[in-house]
Write a protein that binds this ligand. Structure first.
Ligand code: SAH
Length: 213
């Protein structure tokens, strides 16, 4: 299969017409080999316009959703980013191209391991993965310029705001179990500003400050 052609088509037909316009984001989506992050039997489906199942009953998000969340962070290249929900490692690979360092937390061992090896194979050395409950963030490496949560939270965990720099952005799906609102919180010196981007559906963020299983 001509994966380079499929990848360019994904950008031209799924991302640009829906409003993904950040040049660095688009270039990155033309480059990162998504088929290396999906289960082997689904490689041929990697560039299709929908989420795909990965191990542990989890999902790798639709390419457009990954692009939209990434664009919300408005990365320039110098940032330290925390991701919650490593999953396949694809979002982490995208961030690794656009920021300086990526700290990603995953609660399922099987996924943390396979993401680590996919990131190694594709050559992204600036991603660190921790096996843990990410509802508490990754305090030792804080503060972060941006935080991206790729699982759905009933509310914003306090740790994320604490671990964000002033001026930094948190991108997180918030809401009930089966339908959420993609939300961007910008931390300010006094209060934080909150904006709602669109409706979305993510697997649950399970942990101490999230859903209880
Ligand atoms: N960003 C991923 C999408 C993963 S789906 C990708 O690019 O493929 C969401 C992931 O969040 C799942 O792997 C799930 O196991 C993980 N997750 C759920 N609750 C979590 C928690 N409390 N801490 C860390 N990871 C969590």
């Amino acid at each position: 299969m001509d994966y380079d052609a499929l990848r360019n088509r994904m950008v031209d037909e799924q991302l640009i017409p829906r409003g993904i316009s950040n040049k660095r984001v688009l270039e990155t989506f033309r480059k990162v080999e998504r088929h290396k992050f999906v289960p082997q039997d689904l490689e041929g489906n990697a560039y299709e316009d929908h989420p795909l199942p990965i191990a542990g009953g989890q999902t790798i998000s639709q390419p457009y959703m990954v692009a939209l969340m990434t664009q919300c962070l408005d990365l320039k290249g110098h940032e330290k980013i925390m991701e919650i929900g490593t999953g396949s490692g694809y979002q982490a690979a995208i961030l690794a191209n656009l920021a300086k360092e990526v700290y990603s937390v995953e609660r399922l061992k099987e996924l943390a391991k396979s993401a680590e090896s996919a990131l190694k194979d594709t050559g992204y050395a600036n991603v660190k993965i921790k096996l843990d409950d990410g509802t508490l963030g990754w305090e030792e490496c804080a503060p972060y310029d941006g935080i991206i949560v790729t699982a759905a939270a009933p509310k914003t965990p306090d740790a994320y705001i604490k671990q964000l720099k002033i001026g930094g952005k948190l991108v997180i799906p918030i809401g009930p179990m089966f339908s959420q609102v993609l939300t961007v919180v910008e931390k300010k010196a006094d209060a934080s500003s909150v904006s709602e981007v669109c409706g979305c559906v993510f697997v649950p963020l399970v942990g101490k400050d999230g859903w209880k299983k």
